[in-house]
Ligand binder design. Structure first.
Ligand code: ATP
Ligand code: MG
Length: 366
């Protein structure tokens, strides 16, 4: 189903703590951007998360889910709060329910060094870090969520699930993404599966299926890497990698490691994509330690919004949407290149200063 560029409907889920703060910042930037490109963008603001659970007994009620499901895309801040949990002690995380219920198997998490943001690694090549972690988001070890078993007081079990269908879809998606990135960057694409095939049956199966799919994409280089070696190499030589498909929990962990390489969670956007639906949200959580202080870095949220505009363009919303996506990303880059420094990278620019800087560069960036 293609989207209609005149009336793109986005379900907006601000969530908890810094979620609403970065969402508000994002809207402040999207408004002038939409005007500049004449985008017919309508928002349907929905309540879900830990505070919704506290007040209504439901983290995301059925009516809310239906409205999110009916939208062309979902833009989400962050959800959860350490002090409020489900009766079994697990965190309030309706964003995980969205991934499972909408079949959002592809968790796209770009890790890109922004110009001007101080590099964590001393090597000059760190300025060229530009990879994508592709986190499988509907199965793996997270398939055990809500189904874990406490056998007795001495033992508990969670089961990992790897299916052929999801591995094939994820692998196909990875090669398609690498091909698109290669065309944009003028070089050959590389897809590196990250697994632990030397120990687990599920990962050996995943690797086998991955290489079957790889054979159908000879224009893109295919490789595999063990998760432990990948943790090492993402610190030692992250600039050598391109697209990294991996299991759900490995992707969860590698995403934070990757974010750390390029300035922290405030710089890590994400898109969770399925066949029809998509959720765009920063990779970070609700950051209760900095909530309410105007300190949240909105960059991850803004980059997620740029991914949303780009995805909508690919879904048929039209040329103006792709241009708006490119302009937003360029404005963010230009703001940091021009000296913007948020508190998470030892600067003093709060959320609203960052918004002003990015708006100031809309249209002026290359
Ligand atoms: P989750 O369980 O949802 O992944 P988390 O407990 O891992 O959440 P985050 O909320 O992602 O934690 O935050 C981790 C750290 O990164 C915190 O110290 C927080 O202050 C910081 N952080 C996260 N997001 C931002 C942001 N947008 N700007 C600045 N700092 C942030
Ligand atoms: Mg986390």
């Amino acid at each position: 189903m293609a989207v209609n560029s005149n009336t793109v409907r986005v379900a907006l889920m601000p969530g908890d703590d810094i979620g609403p703060e970065v969402t508000e910042a994002c809207l402040a930037v999207l408004e002038p951007l939409a005007r500049r490109h004449d985008l017919g963008l309508r928002f349907d603001t929905l309540r879900a998360g830990a505070m919704a659970y506290r007040d209504t007994g439901s983290a995301m009620d059925e009516e809310t889910f239906k409205r999110a499901e009916a939208a062309d895309a979902i833009l989400l801040g962050a959800m959860g709060w350490p002090g409020i949990r489900y009766p079994d002690g697990t965190e309030i995380a309706p964003q995980l329910d969205l991934r499972f219920r909408l079949g959002l198997y592809a968790g796209v998490r770009p890790i890109r060094a922004l110009p001007g943001v101080p590099a964590v690694l001393a090597d000059p090549r760190a300025a060229g870090i530009d990879l994508v972690i592709l986190r499988e988001s509907t199965e793996g070890l997270f398939a055990a969520r809500g189904r874990g078993e406490v056998i007795d007081d001495r033992e508990a079990r969670d089961t990992m699930v790897i299916t052929r269908a999801t591995t094939e879809r994820l692998s196909d998606f990875a090669f398609g993404l690498a091909r698109r990135r290669a065309a944009q960057r003028g070089r050959r694409g590389l897809v590196t599966l990250v697994d632990k095939a030397n120990v687990f049956t599920g990962f050996a199966f995943m690797r086998k299926v991955f290489h079957e799919v790889a054979a159908r994409h000879p224009d893109v280089e295919a490789a595999h890497h063990y998760i432990d070696a990948m943790a090492l190499d993402m610190v030692r030589r992250p600039w050598d990698f391109d697209v990294l498909p991996t299991e759900n929990m490995f992707g969860d962990i590698l995403s934070d490691l990757g974010a750390g390489l390029v300035g922290g969670m405030g710089f890590a956007p994400s898109a969770d994509l399925g066949e029809r639906h998509a959720v765009f949200q920063p990779s970070h959580g609700t950051a209760p330690d900095i909530a309410g202080k105007g300190l949240a870095n909105p960059t991850a949220m803004l980059l997620s919004a740029a991914m949303m505009l780009d995805w909508l363009a690919c879904r048929g919303a039209g040329a103006g949407w792709a241009e708006a996506a490119a302009e937003l990303q360029a404005a963010i880059d230009a703001a940091f290149a021009g000296g913007l420094r948020t508190p998470d990278i030892a600067g003093s620019a709060g959320t609203s200063d960052a918004v002003k800087a990015v708006i100031g560069h809309l249209g002026s960036a290359a």
